[in-house]
Design a binder for this molecule. Structure first.
Ligand code: A3P
Length: 345
């Protein structure tokens, strides 16, 4: 009798325990997706008049999967019409800087339910052949989105290419421009590391960074070396300022995006007049990767590809010192123009 009662009690406890675990799992899942399912706040008029109807919660729920299918070209015309999806020109562009963290910034902004990224670098404004294909070609390269969302693309070559500011201005003179920068010498070494890896992949040899960055005849910094030139941020920015006022730019601290991404992303949300939607929940530090990774919801998370976050080769400290001294006055000017100061040496 006693044995039967104990068995019954155990059974009851098991059922209760299962219920509790089930509810807990449900709650975790809800909290995970809640942030992404909240209806959007109105987006400021700077992005054009917003339609009266809010995006339905259900539509947001399907957003990722659906837009993904459409991006793969699996959508029928009927589906596109049914969901009122459009391919929109970007309202904001990440124009650079190469190796500043442009991919991380784009992917992290894409966590925002009102943002849809163009996955590939389009290279429309910096590539004459593409540019000659016209603005409709460019628009057709954009992902499908709901009309109230904004499209963002990134092509880091835009920042340093002569013709680009005028071309973008002709498309949209009030566009928002994002520039992500890192300490210039680190950025130059990162740039070098990427090229070096490409050479090694093709079994080619390559010069040491020191040899490229320092002119062997003068022993001064080699300003003809592209990785050095790209890090003279102020020179490039000055060209852009001939077309756009400084208020249309937002400078992102690429070094801080690595160590503490959320506050940087919150500044961008503000700049883009987006309601704050990216939260700490969306970003988690992955110790194996050594970087923050992205969490869309309880089931979908991802880290950036292994090509982001390479180990840099060791560089002679005297060369680093020389480069830092060289960049110093340009950095001061950059702080002055942008109103954002960094702790660069
Ligand atoms: P390194 O490879 O030098 O570390 P870009 O996307 O513009 O090419 O920039 C690449 C840089 O993004 C990487 O440079 C890396 O440091 C930085 N980065 C910033 N956040 C990152 C993240 N969450 N995961 C991986 N790389 C990140």
């Amino acid at each position: 009798m006693l044995f039967k009662q104990q068995a019954l009690l155990r059974q009851k406890l098991f059922v209760l325990g299962s219920l509790a675990i089930g509810s807990l799992l449900y709650l975790v899942a809800r909290v995970g997706s809640l942030d992404r399912l909240q209806p959007l706040c109105p987006i400021d008029g700077r992005f054009g008049p917003r339609s009266q109807d809010e995006i339905p919660v259900r539509a947001l729920q399907f957003k990722r999967g659906l837009l993904h299918e459409f991006r793969k070209g699996n959508a029928t015309k009927e589906q596109i019409r049914l969901h009122n999806l459009v391919q929109q020109l970007p309202k904001a562009i990440i124009i650079g800087v190469r190796k500043g963290g442009t991919r991380a910034l784009l992917e992290m902004l894409n966590l925002h339910p009102a943002v849809v990224k163009a996955s590939q670098e389009i290279h429309f404004f910096d590539n004459d052949e593409n540019y000659a294909k016209g603005i409709e070609w460019y628009r057709k390269k954009m992902p499908f989105s709901y009309p109230h969302q904004i499209t963002i693309e990134k092509s880091p070559a835009y920042f340093i290419t002569e013709e680009v500011p005028e071309r973008i201005y002709k498309m949209n003179s009030s566009i928002k421009l994002l520039i992500i920068v890192r300490e210039p010498t680190t950025r130059a070494i990162s740039d070098y590391t990427q090229v070096l890896e490409g050479k090694e992949r093709k079994n080619k040899t390559y010069y040491k960074f020191e040899k490229l960055a320092i002119d062997p005849n003068t022993c001064e910094v080699n300003t003809k070396y592209k990785a050095v030139r790209t890090s003279i941020y102020t020179k490039h920015l000055e060209r852009w300022l001939k077309y756009f006022p400084i208020e249309q730019f937002h400078i992102v601290d690429g070094d801080r995006l690595i160590t503490e991404p959320l506050p940087e992303l919150q500044l961008v949300e503000k700049f883009l007049n987006l309601p704050p939607r990216i939260s700490q929940y969306n970003l988690y530090f992955n110790a194996t990767r050594g970087f923050y990774c992205l969490r869309f919801n309880i089931v979908f998370n991802k880290c950036l590809a292994g090509s982001k976050g390479r180990i840099h080769p060791e560089v002679d400290t005297s060369v680093i010192t020389k480069l830092r001294k060289f960049f110093h006055p340009f950095n001061q000017k950059f702080y002055q123009i942008t109103g954002r100061t960094f702790n660069w040496p």
